[in-house]
Design a protein around this ligand. Structure first.
Ligand SMILES: NC(=O)c1ccc[n+]([C@@H]2O[C@H](COP(=O)([O-])OP(=O)(O)OC[C@H]3O[C@@H](n4cnc5c(N)ncnc54)[C@H](OP(=O)(O)O)[C@@H]3O)[C@@H](O)[C@H]2O)c1
Length: 212
């Protein structure tokens, strides 16, 4: 697939490497393309552009920007470049405030997630929450003693979730579909849970698994 990734940080780069590894074409979107010049020189099949051009390029779009900037980044991207496309939302609504005893502070509430807000504003984009509750280093084909980890996803569009599930299969994950966009109220805080061992004890090498 052609994949437009909005972002230039660890998540954008890790996912870009994963997509390229599995034969997809990638364009990263950023406000400052020059900062990715070295990275791009080392990665064939990956290009860098503006947010708008990266999304225009993608049949699949990935949102991987700072949580507080997600709305602004999508506005800069432009509704027309997102319309009708699956958009993987890897963001977390982490507030600009310090954690308390290892627990991150969110700017959302239990009844209103980041992805619901984005889905409402960009109604024609097909958001799927994924990749938000594991560290960037483990997003692509991670190897855990406990076996394949589980990626919890949600979103309103079944076709978009099928596309994301195929990507997750390639990236070495089992997928647990938690339903519509409101399930992001439960999936986004998994990021808090995932970060607690890291923030308290500097342990960052784990992922979640759903046992049945
Ligand atoms: N780091 C992880 O391991 C991890 C794991 C799971 C989920 N996440 C989530 O994934 C997202 C990306 O995380 P990250 O660590 O890769 O990077 P990050 O440092 O959280 O975000 C960097 C990106 O945010 C964009 N950005 C910042 N301020 C902006 C603004 N005012 N307007 C538009 N764009 C802005 C930057 O754009 P420019 O390129 O233009 O500077 C850059 O692409 C976050 O929401 C994070 O919570 C992170």
């Amino acid at each position: 697939m052609k994949v437009g990734i909005l972002g230039s940080g660890d998540v954008a780069k890790a996912l870009a490497e994963g997509f390229v590894k599995h034969g997809h074409e990638v364009t990263l979107g950023t406000r400052a393309p020059a900062k990715l010049a070295d990275w791009v020189a080392k990665h064939a099949n990956a290009r860098v552009a503006s947010f708008a051009d990266a999304a225009k390029f993608g049949e699949l779009v990935v949102l991987a920007v700072k949580g507080t900037a997600a709305g602004d980044a999508l506005r800069a991207t432009g509704v027309a470049n997102l319309s009708g496309k699956p958009v993987i939302d890897a963001t977390n609504p982490i507030a600009d405030a310090p954690p308390v005893n290892g627990v991150l502070k969110f700017f959302t509430s239990h009844d209103q997630s980041q992805m619901e807000k984005l889905q409402r504003e960009f109604a024609d984009a097909k958001f799927v929450k994924a990749f938000n509750s594991v560290g960037a280093a483990f997003m692509v084909n991670p190897s855990f003693q406990g076996g394949k980890p589980t990626m919890f996803i949600c979103g309103n569009d079944d076709g978009a979730k099928k596309t994301v599930t195929r990507i997750l299969d390639q990236f070495g994950w089992e997928t647990a579909d938690m339903g519509k966009v409101e399930a992001a109220r439960a999936i986004e805080p998994l990021c808090m849970l995932w970060c607690i061992p890291g923030l308290l004890r500097n342990e960052w090498s784990h992922a979640f698994k759903l046992l049945r």
